[in-house]
Design a binder for this molecule. Structure first.
Ligand SMILES: [Zn+2]
Length: 307
């Protein structure tokens, strides 16, 4: 059986929110089968649980935000990406502020936390969303065109293309394909950091955003070059971060996907629109599990390798 997974023990981290700049404590705790991933605002007078779902995503400007009533959790995508990459199904995420800490700006710190706590199989089958036919969403035209698509695939594959007209990005790969069966998420995708441009950062700061952002948790560029002294972690770190983000955004659907995702200039908003389009067409997908590991896609039965 391809089994659900949770943590062996709890683990903690302290950091700052990328946008709020607020100090936040994060505790990741094991959860029972079929719990899913549940964010818990433990700082509110009455703790509020927000279970991940495509419908719980209420704001996609700059980051994916979940809401329930007045309670919000900003910037969930990098932690969600680590959970998708390591195949964690059930998890409580206790946080003491409204934003998940940015840590190093990638998913690597979350991968490290999850791996250190240990990941265990549970006595319940993983339920995957399997695509039966393609789903696509498109926006804009010409230079503003963007799209995202899910197609049937026996496994999980992502292909992303960006189109940044910037010397530092132009000189790197702008398209990357990643297949989960390669078992290389931690090594090849998780370390890609978020990125921004100094001129945007100044504008965001004036609007009270990116208050926690800096050279230690983002790739920052001026009009010509990368400003981080240590340079890039991957030659194609920019587009790899977009794959990382897409994996986090798509895992908000609440189940791992059996699909091929491809996207051109997509982002948090279009990724969520794609999930909503998928869920709205109930004949386009079905929930499946694998009693026999041999019928599952290659590599889906084992725990993912660290680094
Ligand atoms: Zn990101």
């Amino acid at each position: 059986m391809i089994a659900q997974r949770t943590l062996k023990s709890l683990t903690r981290a302290v950091g700052v929110g990328l946008h709020s700049g607020q100090r936040v404590e994060l505790t990741l705790r094991p959860a029972q089968p079929d719990t899913g991933i549940v964010f818990r605002r433990v700082d509110l007078p009455e703790p509020v649980d927000i279970a991940v779902s495509a419908e719980a995503v209420t704001d996609t400007r700059l980051a994916s935000t979940l809401s329930k009533g007045q309670a919000k959790v900003f910037t969930v995508e990098h932690l969600m990406s680590a959970c998708a990459g390591l195949g964690v199904d059930n998890l409580y995420v206790d946080i003491t502020a409204e934003e998940v800490p940015i840590l190093d700006g990638s998913a690597a710190s979350f991968v490290f936390l999850l791996q250190s706590a240990g990941i265990v199989m549970q006595n319940a089958p993983r339920r995957f969303i399997r695509l039966n036919r393609p789903i696509e969403v498109r926006e804009g035209a010409g230079a503003a065109e963007k799209w995202a698509r899910l197609e049937p695939y026996h496994g999980y594959k992502l292909s992303f293309e960006i189109d940044f007209n910037h010397p530092a990005v132009d000189s790197t790969g702008q398209r990357v394909v990643f297949d989960m069966s390669t078992d290389s998420y931690s090594r090849d995708i998780a370390r890609a950091r978020t990125f921004g441009f100094t001129k945007d950062v100044e504008m965001m700061r004036a609007n009270g955003l990116a208050m926690g952002g800096g050279l230690d948790n983002a790739i920052v560029m001026d009009d010509y070059k990368v400003l981080n002294a240590e340079g890039l972690r991957y030659d194609d770190e920019f587009v790899k971060h977009k794959i990382l983000d897409a994996m986090g955004d798509l895992y908000l659907v609440g189940h791992p996907l059996l699909a091929s995702y491809s996207a051109f200039r997509s982002g948090h908003a279009l990724n969520n629109k794609l999930l909503r389009a998928l869920l709205a067409q109930s004949d386009a997908w079905e929930l499946v599990s694998f009693d026999n590991d041999k019928l599952a896609p290659h590599g889906f039965g084992q725990l993912v390798r660290a680094w």
